[in-house]
Ligand binder design. Structure first.
Ligand SMILES: [Zn+2]
Length: 429
């Protein structure tokens, strides 16, 4: 209760005006102001405030001509800062919960304001313990909690053993009885949205198509991945309700001119099938830059840059213990399994993926940022809340310095500031 009218009048409105900045709007960088509320954590209608309510901002933030973008979103992050979403620590659920919170607090400092914590193929007990801690974490709208989970991404274990990548073959499953097999595996209370937002599976496995339909009914988005599907099998997956491809090119058949495989979905558009969204790891290790260009040109509105990073992101080079007794060698961004030299994931940061994409494709800055803001938000059905500077969306923002060297030199976006729910949580200065 307010003590009196005067005090109420003196209360700060929490309105912030960003000025002298380039806003990322569609394909353009627009020289305009942006108004946000640190009280509601949302983006405001500047015109309405100026001319309707005649409210003066509490504070004006002059960005000195820098870029103001929606916060970055990573829909495939397996772990970071020494924590692995697929590994239950020795102290069990309590330690797991603390580890997730630690990732959230550190991740936001890199410009990633929301993400999908990702669990790889595991035995059922891992899902039963982990998934309850990975659901959407933004309900309290507390900026101090760091990056916000939008729900879990569950990758496997209903994937093809022929395309397992680093997933352990012995934990892989099929679902001949449809969704009931999945309920047993993940736990009935976990297999809903929330806590699960996205699920990667191989559509050619027994029971997979009926699972896709059941998952969609539960509000879970389905992505095709770690799959040996032919083009025809992949199309059936899309018809059943899948809307995305997990790390396109990796852990699937390569494009063949007589059997285009999963990649062929990017050339498909009909009344019954729309082109799926697709994740791309632009780390210079997983995919050749030219393949990325081809995919982007085939379906520019579907491309989502992901890190697929794991817990060694940010750690020094060396050999590290992995799960089930294997070990991983880290050299720069490259991670390989010691036992067979297979690519074992990535340790790249999302802003570096954006920078690689910028330099490899000649995409404009807004086009590159779209792949980590607007497009993932649309894929998740959250385009009015995340990944946009539209009025009413969450004020999750990054201030980016665009550094361009001499002619022909690398272009680079640097994360200068991060704002979560209208509150500044990181400043590089
Ligand atoms: Zn994978």
């Amino acid at each position: 209760m307010r003590p009196n009218g005067t005090a109420a009048h003196a209360e700060r409105s929490g309105v912030i005006k960003f000025t002298n900045c380039l806003l990322v709007k569609g394909k353009e960088l627009v020289n305009d102001d942006l108004w946000v509320s640190s009280a509601t954590g949302k983006i405001l209608n500047g015109q309405e405030i100026l001319y309707g309510q005649r409210t003066a901002p509490d504070s004006i933030v002059d960005l000195g001509g820098r870029i103001l973008s929606p916060g970055l979103m990573d829909v495939q992050l397996n772990g970071a800062f020494g924590f692995d979403f697929s590994l239950i620590p020795e102290d069990g659920a309590a330690g797991y919960s603390k580890g997730v919170q630690r990732v959230n607090r550190n991740l936001i400092l890199r410009g990633v304001t929301s993400y999908l914590p990702t669990v790889t193929s595991q035995r059922p007990d891992v899902y039963h313990t982990a998934v309850p801690y990975l659901g959407p974490s933004g309900a309290s709208r507390d900026p101090s909690l760091g990056s916000e989970s939008l729900g879990a991404h569950i990758e496997g274990p209903f994937i093809n053993p022929a395309k397992n990548g680093i997933h352990k073959i012995e934990v892989l499953q099929t679902a001949p009885n449809g969704i009931s097999d999945m309920l047993t595996c993940y736990g009935a209370s976990n297999l809903a949205s929330p806590p699960v937002k996205l699920l990667t599976l191989a559509p050619e496995l027994p029971g997979a198509l009926s699972c896709i339909q059941s998952l969609r009914e539960r509000g879970i988005i389905v992505s095709i991945g770690h799959s040996d599907a032919t083009y025809e099998e992949a199309k059936l997956g899309i018809k059943a309700g899948a809307t995305k491809i997990t790390h396109l090119f990796n852990a699937m058949k390569p494009l063949h001119h007589r059997n285009p495989g999963i990649f062929g979905l990017l050339g498909t558009e009909s009344s019954s099938i729309s082109k799926p969204y697709f994740g791309i790891i632009s780390d210079g290790i997983h995919i050749h830059p030219t393949s990325i260009k081809i995919a982007w040109n085939a379906h520019p509105d579907g491309l989502i840059l992901i890190t697929d990073a794991m817990r060694l992101a940010g750690m020094p080079d060396g050999t590290y213990d992995w799960t089930n007794g294997s070990r991983i060698i880290k050299k720069g961004h490259l991670l390989t399994l010691e036992e067979n030299g297979k690519i074992a994931g990535s340790s790249i940061e999302l802003i570096d993926c954006v920078n690689n994409f910028l330099n490899w494709t000649r995409a404009s800055v807004p086009e590159a940022l779209k792949a980590v803001t607007e497009t993932p938000a649309k894929m998740l059905g959250m385009e009015d809340v995340k990944g946009t500077l539209k009025e009413g969306a969450d004020a999750d923002l990054v201030v980016l310095d665009f550094q361009v060297g001499e002619v022909g030199a690398e272009k680079k976006l640097v994360v200068d500031q991060v704002w979560k729910f209208g509150v500044k949580v990181f400043d590089r200065e």
